[in-house]
Write a protein that binds this ligand. Structure first.
Ligand code: IPM
Ligand code: MG
Length: 361
């Protein structure tokens, strides 16, 4: 029987705690379905730097390359901030993205009915929100050259390059149109085509790809307007496709619709591999205290089951289990509300695990 190989990179801060809870769920899915998963742990980020002097050691990259999927916790922390740029934990993450060719980053933004009061926005504005941000992940200013800080005309001058080839735009546009096809068939492409030539090309190419998807409604919006519309009327959006940099910013903004960064999963996909991680960071201030919210990581695991292992039914069960536990009033401290029962990381993991088990039999 097929064994799915998963590379597990807990990373820094709360990473190890939340990943442990997701693996608990994986174990139950495996027991109940008979599908076997082979998990191997590796070091990335600050944890890797501390041990090997590199945020992305060769054996970590090799492990990632030889696996079917990667589960990542989080990287970074104040401890490593003084390091020079190429040694910082974030470089480990960016190295994995580019090394694995993970050009399509899917960030679902779903408002859970039971958490509606956790959002700073009015319930009427966010009720029922279910949108998907498709962020390009291996191009743009994140990787473009020239880059760096050098002396020019006698003064320090910083430069980064926003750059996309037509082929790069085409492939992310296809992912976005396909994603929209599986949903409400509405795609919004976000650019700054009134100012940046690069995004004028983006708009042209996305429009061209759209000719193959006459069943999907395509709209365009400038990024500044989109930032505003996400707060004013997020219900108008289904799938949003955008560049690496704009996607980074808009996805943090969109996460606030749900009220908590601790709930949002993500999938980064390429031709061969995929990586799954919560969109929140390593939260060094609460690391090791047993209070971190493991739900975004558990939901990332659900995305892995769906996208990498063709286990949509099991993914839906995991998502349903999370909803059920919230409905019963259990909350980690980041999403606590009046009248709710506050639980720690391990207990939250156990509650979801028990639910998954009962939903699977
Ligand atoms: C994200 C993060 C990363 C990014 C950082 C940690 C490098 O903010 O995944 O959104 O900018 O892509
Ligand atoms: Mg970000």
């Amino acid at each position: 029987m097929k064994r799915h190989r998963i590379a597990v990179f807990p990373g820094d801060g709360i990473g190890p705690e939340i990943v442990r809870e997701a693996l608990k769920i994986l174990d139950i899915v495996s027991k109940e379905t008979g599908v076997s998963f082979e998990t191997k742990e590796g070091l990335v980020g600050g944890a890797a730097y501390d041990q090997s002097g590199s945020p992305l050691p060769d054996d970590t990259m090799q492990l990632a390359l030889s696996s079917d999927a990667v589960l990542l916790g989080a990287v970074g922390g104040p401890k490593w901030e003084p390091l020079e740029y190429r040694l910082r934990p974030e470089r480990g993450l960016l190295g994995l993205r580019s090394g694995l060719g993970l050009y399509a980053n899917l960030r679902p933004v779903v408002v859970f009915e039971d958490l509606i009061d956790a959002s700073p926005l009015k319930p009427d504005v966010i009720r029922g929100i279910d949108l998907m941000i498709v962020r390009e992940l291996t191009g743009d200013a994140y990787f473009g050259k020239p880059r760096g800080v050098r002396i020019k005309n006698g003064q320090r001058t910083g430069v980064n390059t926003m750059i996309y080839t037509e082929a790069e735009i085409r492939r992310i546009a296809k992912v976005a149109f396909d994603t929209a096809r599986g949903r409400r068939r509405k795609l919004l492409s976000v650019d700054k085509a009134n100012v940046l030539e690069m995004t004028e090309l983006w708009r042209e190419v996305v429009t061209d790809v759209g000719r193959d998807y006459p069943d999907v409604e395509l709209l365009h919006m400038y990024v500044d307007n989109c930032a505003m519309q996400l707060i004013r009327n997020p219900g108008q959006f289904d799938v949003i496709v955008t560049t690496n940099m704009f996607g980074d910013i808009l996805s943090d903004e969109a996460s606030m619709l749900t009220g908590s960064l601790g709930m949002l999963p993500s999938a980064s996909c390429g031709e061969k591999s995929a990586m799954y991680e919560p969109i929140h960071g390593s939260a060094p201030d609460i690391a090791g205290k047993g209070v971190a919210n493991p739900l975004a990581t558990i939901l990332s695991l659900a995305m892995m089951l769906r996208h990498s292992f063709d286990m949509a039914a099991e993914a839906a069960i995991v998502e349903k289990a999370v909803r059920a536990v919230l409905k019963e009033g259990f909350r980690t401290q980041d999403i606590q509300q009046r009248g709710s029962t506050v639980v720690g990381t391990v207990r939250m993991g156990d509650l979801v695990a028990e639910k998954v088990r009962s939903l699977m039999v």
